[in-house]
Design a protein. Structure first.
Length: 197
């Protein structure tokens, strides 16, 4: 899908034998910012999907809030529900900066204009209504750069592939699906984003 400043494409597949994928994602772009979130409900199937959907709905209603405020609101809504792991990326077009936080096994990889790749180290644990410490990482935008967000169905071996250095998000997703599209033992979501200034 073509946006004004950020191009996005995504791959998603439910765990082998499941109709429902426990992962949910959301993204949108406004005049001043872009936000993308990926939530993975604990376990798999319908109840995992329900929790991850609750989280992306809250994020959709709070796109202008800070990452800290969004995570707090998501955590409050998950009381009594199955927990989730969560990754959120925000790009601030005016400040030419990005920030992200991931709790649990949602990964974020940044790929700079010169091809350097950097993987984040997620905060431990998951959101389930309890107070959870987490950190938000920030960085300056290159003129163009890619962000890859993924759930735990994507392996380290897959992430090492050269096609992640591609400039085109549709080609990244197509290459991933072609090479790894077989049935997985976990819900799998991979989101490729390209900031083009």
């Amino acid at each position: 899908m073509k946006h004004k400043k950020v191009e996005v494409d995504a791959y998603q597949k439910a765990k082998k034998g499941n109709f429902y994928c426990g992962d949910s994602y959301f993204y949108t772009e406004t005049e001043n910012e872009f936000i993308c979130a990926l939530a993975d409900g604990l376990g798999s199937g319908e109840f995992a999907r329900e929790s991850s959907q609750v989280v992306v709905e809250i994020i959709g209603e709070n796109i202008h809030a800070s990452i800290e405020q969004i995570i707090k609101r998501c955590n409050e809504k998950l009381t009594g529900k199955r927990g989730v792991v969560l990754g959120i990326l925000k790009i601030d077009f005016k400040m030419k900066s990005y920030s992200f936080s991931s709790i649990g096994n949602i990964g974020v990889m940044t790929i700079m204009q010169d091809g350097r790749k950097k993987r984040n180290i997620p905060n431990a644990g998951y959101l389930a209504g309890y107070h959870r410490k987490f950190k938000v990482e920030t960085g300056n935008l290159d003129q163009t750069m890619n962000f890859i967000m993924f759930s735990d169905g994507v392996s380290d071996t897959e992430l090492a592939q050269r096609y992640f250095l591609n400039k085109n998000v549709n080609e990244i997703i197509a290459a991933y699906e072609y090479k790894n599209g077989q049935t997985k033992d976990d819900d799998t979501t991979l989101i490729a984003m390209r900031y083009t200034g």
